[in-house]
Write a protein that binds this ligand. Structure first.
Ligand SMILES: Cc1ncc(C[n+]2csc(CCOP(=O)(O)OP(=O)(O)O)c2C)c(N)n1
Ligand SMILES: [Mg+2]
Length: 659
């Protein structure tokens, strides 16, 4: 009976076949008819409203029919209504609470469905880029699914930058936009029609899928969420003809947990044994940590592994801080392009990577040839491509660390423990020295200068930030220091990795939405800020008390310096004519821009003003309101003129007519 009902509800059996099957199972024609009526009328509730709970047996509905209906609602829930309503129902079943969208009349039936589904909350984002960044920030900070939806290809085009970021940083962001071409007019180069819309985002998504009929909307949504949320995570794109949203569909709604392949994989035990042996026998092992540790909530295990071996720890650029930076075994983030550039240790003979994606920005492998290399991560596709991999450990790093720690425990002799303890003392000597060296920063002759030097600004914000503050960092070429990030309940970092700028403010809004009980501070360069300030309006409307600090040097400082590196001593340097880097004349006033979005703020010039502004920012956030500080920051780098040259393009004076 169960099987018959399931087959009928999933359209793999006709109504006649279903009734026939019931008769074969021994039901009389009348009983079979009554089961059919019950299944159809109880389960396929017409209309877009929320589904009723499974029907209880009543006098008029035979117990068999009630059982059939109940069975059908366990797991797969039948649903009939407009495609837009199926979409909303399946999102709820996928665990989505927030929809980050921009308006489109073709999604009318979806908006209609939201009215009676308050559990699905729609956040209107006035620009799709910061809107998608907000969704991604929410997903990263909550570990919960969300969806971004936009108007056809025109809206999608604005979100592509953030899809790219999600692809690079492996964030499970699901994006939907319909195709403006409707079924019966598609292929005629109509309004907003572009052929093969999904192919535009194919290289920057993990997965893309089209619903071919209205009754496949729900399945398409499930496919998107399954692909995005199966490790290694990544963005998914789903789409269908806009008329599918209006057409009625009969379909199944299935909860996410019934499609999740639960890819939490343990490593190959033989490889674990080999890795353990290499590590305990190493003269100087080195651990590189990465974002899979944060995603698997495995930082405690990473610390334990390092401590067992007295092993120094570093990180190559990632999104999160994956190891406590005050730990004596922490030797700092990698500044150069390969591990050879570490100040310490200089002679690692065994290197283990735990969950770092290793983005190569130069020809030399990040893990140099020579040391034996153990690579532990779930992102198997990026393993073994550049580095010589002695021991691959494909796994969820949480499980992988558990197994590796257990294997090492078996091998640790008193002599080995002694060796590890001695190494820990040596590493601590370096980390303490490095700490002292970093503190020298405050001795800069420019420390009290106005406009403020970026290092002072960072230092002041670090002094100000709560012990468990979340720092969203998109402050261009600013070196981050002084925060002492600690994934074990201390300050957290949300850096940028994909580097499509304009994500910072949106990310901070999304992070605050996910973590309202932690202070969220967004550090953002002026250039980066201006790519995506519309999320400030969301902060104001949603009462997200975020503090945004703009490092306003009125310039693209990073590109300025990099251009000089690329063309040293060239004409640009001789003449001071840089066409691409100065954002002043007129200077942008970010506090005034914030005001336009409903966010209070101020411009500060000196370190003293900054402290007072930070106190006001705190008060605003305590009161539940966001705040923005536009900090005037000194332009650093070679060849910055006091008043930089700008290209002589001023049109007003050239006019023949003063219009
Ligand atoms: C969307 C986007 N456009 C352009 C770039 C190229 N780009 C890299 S850094 C940068 C300047 C960032 O300026 P700002 O945030 O003010 O930081 P600063 O360099 O001044 O420290 C630009 C434009 C980019 N990464 N992303
Ligand atoms: Mg700048």
């Amino acid at each position: 009976m169960r099987e018959l009902v399931a087959q009928y509800l999933s359209h793999s059996m006709s109504r006649r076949g279903f009734v026939g099957g019931l008769s074969k199972a021994g039901l009389t024609a009348a009983a079979a008819q009554s089961v059919l009526t019950a299944v159809t009328s109880v389960s396929y509730a017409e209309g877009a409203g929320p589904q009723p709970a499974p029907a209880a047996p009543t006098a008029s509905a035979p117990a068999a029919a009630a059982e059939a209906a109940t069975t059908a609602t366990v797991g797969a829930k039948p649903f009939q209504g407009p495609g837009g309503a199926c979409f909303a129902e399946q999102l709820i079943a996928c665990g989505v609470k927030y929809v980050f969208g921009n308006s489109a009349s073709e999604d009318a039936q979806f908006y209609e469905a939201l009215v009676d589904r308050p559990q699905l909350k729609y956040i209107l984002t006035p620009h799709e880029g910061p809107g998608a960044a907000m969704a991604a920030g929410y997903i990263k900070a909550s570990g919960e699914p969300a969806i971004v939806m936009q108007a056809a290809v025109v809206g999608m085009a604005n979100a592509i930058g953030q899809m790219f970021n999600a692809f690079k940083e492996q964030t499970p962001l699901v994006v939907y936009s319909y195709r403006t071409d409707q079924t019966r007019r598609a292929g005629r180069d109509g309004f907003e029609e572009v052929p093969n819309q999904e192919q535009i985002v194919q290289p920057i998504t993990k997965y893309s899928w089209l619903a071919r009929r209205p009754d496949m909307i729900a399945e398409t949504v499930r496919r998107g969420f399954k692909a995005a949320w199966t490790p290694p995570y990544g963005p998914a794109y789903i789409s269908w003809h806009s008329d599918f949203n209006d057409e009625r569909a009969r379909t199944e709604i299935i909860p996410q947990e019934l499609q999740d392949p639960r890819m939490r994989v343990r490593p190959n035990p033989d490889e674990v044994t080999r890795a353990a042996k290499l590590l305990v026998e190493a003269r100087m092992p080195l651990m590189v940590v990465g974002d899979e540790i944060y995603k698997a909530k495995a930082a405690t295990k990473a610390v334990k592994l390092a401590e067992m071996l007295g092993m120094p720890v570093t990180q190559v650029r990632q999104l999160y801080a994956n190891f406590p930076e005050t730990h004596p075994l922490w030797v700092g983030n990698l500044a150069g392009s390969t591990l050879n550039s570490l100040t310490y240790p200089k002679s690692a003979d065994v290197i283990i990577n735990v969950g770092n994606k290793f983005q190569h920005n130069g020809p030399a492998p990040i893990v140099p040839r020579g040391p034996k290399f153990i690579d532990m991560r779930i992102d198997y596709a990026s393993m073994g491509n550049v580095m010589l991999t002695e021991v691959p450990l494909v796994c969820d790093v949480g499980y992988g660390l558990d197994d590796l720690i257990a294997a090492i425990e078996q091998l640790m002799t008193p002599a080995l423990k002694q060796k590890a303890a001695e190494r820990a003392v040596e590493v601590r000597k370096f980390s303490e020295w490095a700490r002292g060296a970093r503190a020298q920063l405050a001795n800069s002759p420019d420390w009290d200068q106005s406009p403020i030097i970026a290092d002072r600004l960072t230092w002041e914000v670090a002094k100000f930030a709560d012990p468990d503050a979340i720092i969203v960092h998109e402050a261009g070429s600013v070196a981050l220091h002084s925060f002492d990030f600690n994934p074990l309940g201390g300050r957290e970092l949300f850096f940028y990795y994909g580097a499509h700028l304009g994500s910072g403010v949106g990310t901070a809004a999304g992070v605050k939405l996910a973590r309202p009980n932690q202070q969220v501070i967004c550090l953002v360069g002026d250039g980066s800020f201006i790519f995506g300030p519309t999320a400030l309006w969301n902060m104001a409307r949603l009462e997200l008390p975020v503090i945004t600090v703009v490092y306003n040097n009125h310039a693209y400082g990073g590109p300025h310096s990099r251009v000089i590196n690329n063309v040293p001593g060239g004409r640009m340097l001789q003449t001071g004519q840089f066409v691409h880097d100065y954002l002043g004349r007129p200077d942008m006033n970010m506090a005034a821009i914030a005001k336009g979005f409903g966010v209070e703020g101020e411009v500060v010039e000196s370190p003293m003003q900054l402290r007072e502004a930070l106190a006001r920012a705190r008060q605003h956030t305590v009161d539940g309101r966001p705040y923005l500080i536009d900090a005037q920051v000194a332009r650093k780098g070679v060849a910055w003129a006091e008043k930089p040259w700008i290209p002589p393009i001023q049109i007003a004076a050239l006019r023949q007519k003063k219009v």
